[in-house]
Design a protein around this ligand. Structure first.
Ligand code: SAM
Length: 195
């Protein structure tokens, strides 16, 4: 196997674990690249719920989707409200943290509070054996704080509940992104659910 870049590697993990027909989540739709991939992969009987807090992002995603729009629900709301929109189990989820590339307002970024709440909630909704793939970009203002909060959260997940990997190309310059992938090993209550 070649050393894949992080986005192809994340897709490989999702491809290996999502079963066509399932409901899956794109937590950060942006320009819709991951939404499109997921919509193709879940097939006619599957469904993708894609979140973004920017109308422009959802418009770009819808445009990219074309006929695939019928397999996708676009939600203009924060991903941490996922339980209001998705009932039952999910087959997988993908996050791309940071800002929308080429956006007019690059100050609109994912933030630690809603990112962690969303991941925590989606872990509780995820099927056993499912993957949550999180691409982390930390070169922007607020990026290091979100990265550190995420690493602290995932490092404290119990190894019997979730397997956690970090995948990155170590010798890239200029704040390269890295991937965190979570594989759910069994049903469990997260620390937030127990509180
Ligand atoms: N995966 C996308 C693509 O294929 O183009 C890129 C996503 S971009 C790095 C991050 C996106 O997350 C932005 O479009 C931003 O508006 C969105 N975002 C920021 N905070 C959010 C939140 N709380 N809930 C949902 N989306 C959010």
């Amino acid at each position: 196997m070649k050393l894949l870049r992080i986005l192809p590697f994340a897709r490989q993990l999702l491809r290996d674990t999502i079963v066509p027909g399932e409901t899956v989540i794109d937590a950060t739709a942006g320009n819709g690249n991951d939404t499109e991939f997921l919509a193709q992969f879940v097939g006619e009987d599957g469904h993708v719920v894609a979140f973004d807090i920017q109308q422009a992002a959802l418009e770009a995603t819808s445009k990219r989707l074309g006929n695939l729009n019928e397999r996708v629900t676009l939600v203009l709301d924060s991903h941490d409200n996922v339980e209001q929109y998705v009932k039952g189990q999910i087959g997988g989820a993908v996050f791309n943290l940071g800002y929308l590339p080429h956006s007019e307002d690059l100050s609109i970024v994912t933030t630690p509070g809603s990112t962690l709440k969303a991941i925590d909630t989606m872990l509780s909704m995820l099927k056993k054996g499912g993957i949550i793939a999180i691409s982390v970009y930390d070169g922007h203002e607020g990026g290091p704080e979100e990265r550190d909060a995420l690493l602290n959260y995932v490092n404290n997940l119990h190894q019997a509940d979730v397997h956690v990997i970090r995948y990155e190309l170590l010798n890239q310059r200029n704040n390269p992104p890295f991937l965190i992938a979570l594989e759910k090993m069994k049903e469990f209550k997260t620390a937030r659910q127990v509180e």
